[in-house]
Design a protein. Structure first.
Length: 483
């Protein structure tokens, strides 16, 4: 089963200094389990948005380390940019992705906020779903007055007291908002005009607080000589980017202004883009016709995804599947060494044999990859048999049949792994000498796969009500192990 996963999207008040951006990246990616998905830095806004996913505890650790870097390197007294800001780390939201609830993300926000306030002396405000006060749910309400305004208010106005940290703004790093929310899309639309007043007028008309679209925050800015309508779409299932785009297009058109382009800052769930296309094409079932999605479904999980499953709490995939995958990797290396041998003049005398090894290695590689899935399936059959009611007279027979089937699969893995080991030794002897280390690795992997598979045969046979029923399987496995 895949491990729990959260998305974290820290926004830093730096979009120009590459050394600082690199330091922030290093702080995040240096935490095991963190996968940095995207970095977008905007010089005009002087702001960067980092998007990463990680298990919950790792997400908090990575976010704290990045906040510490920002605290050391970003000085808001010297900062200017189009985007409103109140902190070196302006905002840190946690978003549930997989096997994590919104309540879990609220707890993460509180954990991070408390640590930032305590260890870095930066005042922290909880916002969105993590807000401790209803008036702090909206980020613009917290950020009102920005760094300079909050500097005067914190410590003098009780309404500005932070949820964590000192009742005084950090002299250079300001204050930080930490929260939990659904997926938010930062979406900007550029108008073919320099009239910022028009962008602000449109933003006022479309944002929720102005009676416009639901779940939309918006403002108008000048960016590179163009008027920009900048939006946060707080819930794309309520107001999609396509809906926001058409609203801006209509209002701009009333002033004879057209849209030049739009942009997403950070990442966006694919359903938002798919929904926009489906709306334009009037397709009600677009998701059912996506070629790439169908390919992903038949290919199965990515290698990283499969490893996450292996590391999870579920018993399958387990050791038998891992042994089969290890054998498949060994077969792939044998095939590689054979290919590096075929067609080389120095190895013309062994080319025919190298070709035969290649053909067999490719077959074994495919067989072992299939056994990765078959081993997990066999375990599922065993698990189902054990769930049969204990008073069912057919339960013992069903369990024994399932265990025998589960022992057959790793035995097949052992047979193929033993053969891969033999091919690895041979190609290492006759093949391209520059790839002999690869052949050695292949042999080592194949032997590990063999040992792991034999162990799985033993454990399944030992669980039979009458282990003698699996004697032939056990003997075959032991012959392979000592052969």
């Amino acid at each position: 089963m895949p491990s729990p996963l959260v998305e974290c999207v820290p926004n830093f008040s730096e979009g120009r200094n590459q050394a600082t951006l690199d330091a922030l990246r290093a702080a995040l990616t240096g935490v095991p389990g963190v996968r940095l998905l995207d970095v977008q830095a905007d010089a005009s806004h002087n702001r960067s948005v980092f998007t990463f996913v990680a298990p919950p505890d790792a997400a908090v650790t990575a976010a704290f380390r990045a906040v510490a870097v920002a605290c050391d390197r970003i000085d808001l007294t010297k900062h200017s940019g189009e985007h409103p800001r109140m902190g070196a780390t302006d905002v840190v939201p946690f978003v549930p992705v997989r096997d994590v609830t919104m309540d879990d993300c609220v707890a993460l926000a509180r954990t991070l906020g408390e640590r930032v306030g305590r260890d870095l002396a930066v005042p922290v405000f909880l916002y969105a779903r993590a807000a401790a006060r209803p008036e702090r749910e909206r980020l613009p309400d917290i950020r009102k007055g920005e760094f300079e305004g909050l500097r005067d208010r914190i410590g003098t106005d009780p309404a500005a007291d932070p949820d964590f940290g000192p009742r005084a703004i950090h002299p250079t790093a300001g204050a930080t908002a930490v929260g939990a929310r659904p997926f938010l899309v930062a979406y900007n639309i550029y108008l073919d005009t320099a009239d910022v007043a028009l962008a602000k007028q449109i933003a006022k008309q479309i944002r929720t607080s102005g009676g416009g679209l639901p779940a939309v925050q918006a403002d108008g800015f000048e960016v590179d000589g163009r008027a920009q309508v900048s939006m946060n779409l707080l819930d794309i299932d309520v107001t999609s980017p396509a809906t926001a785009f058409m609203a801006v297009q209509r209002l701009a058109g009333e002033k004879n202004v057209v849209i030049l382009k739009s942009e997403v800052v950070g990442l966006i769930p694919e359903r938002a883009i798919l929904g926009a296309g489906a709306e334009r094409l009037k397709l009600s079932d677009a998701a059912d016709h996506l070629l790439e999605a169908k390919i992903r479904s038949v290919e199965g999980p990515t290698l990283d995804g499969w490893i996450d499953e292996l590391a999870g709490a579920a018993p399958a995939p387990g050791g038998g599947s891992a042994a089969a995958l290890t054998g498949s990797l060994a077969g792939a290396l044998v095939a590689m060494v054979a290919r590096l041998t075929i067609g080389r003049k120095a190895y013309a005398a062994v080319e025919a044999r190298a070709q035969a090894i290649l053909t067999e290695a490719e077959t074994l590689r495919g067989d072992l990859r299939r056994l990765v899935d078959e081993d997990a399936t066999a375990y599922g059959v065993v698990s189902a048999a054990y769930k049969i009611a204990k008073d069912d007279p057919g339960r013992p027979r069903a369990i024994d049949a399932a265990l025998l089937g589960a022992a057959q699969t790793p035995l097949e893995t052992a047979r193929r792994a033993a053969r891969v080991a033999a091919l690895a030794r041979e190609i290492g002897t006759i093949g391209n000498k520059n790839a002999r280390s690869d052949a050695k690795v292949a042999e080592g992997l194949a032997r590990a796969a063999l040992a792991g598979a034999v162990e799985n045969v033993k454990v399944n046979v030992a669980s039979l009500s009458d282990p003698a029923a699996g004697k032939a399987l056990l003997e075959a496995a032991e012959r392979l192990a000592t052969g």
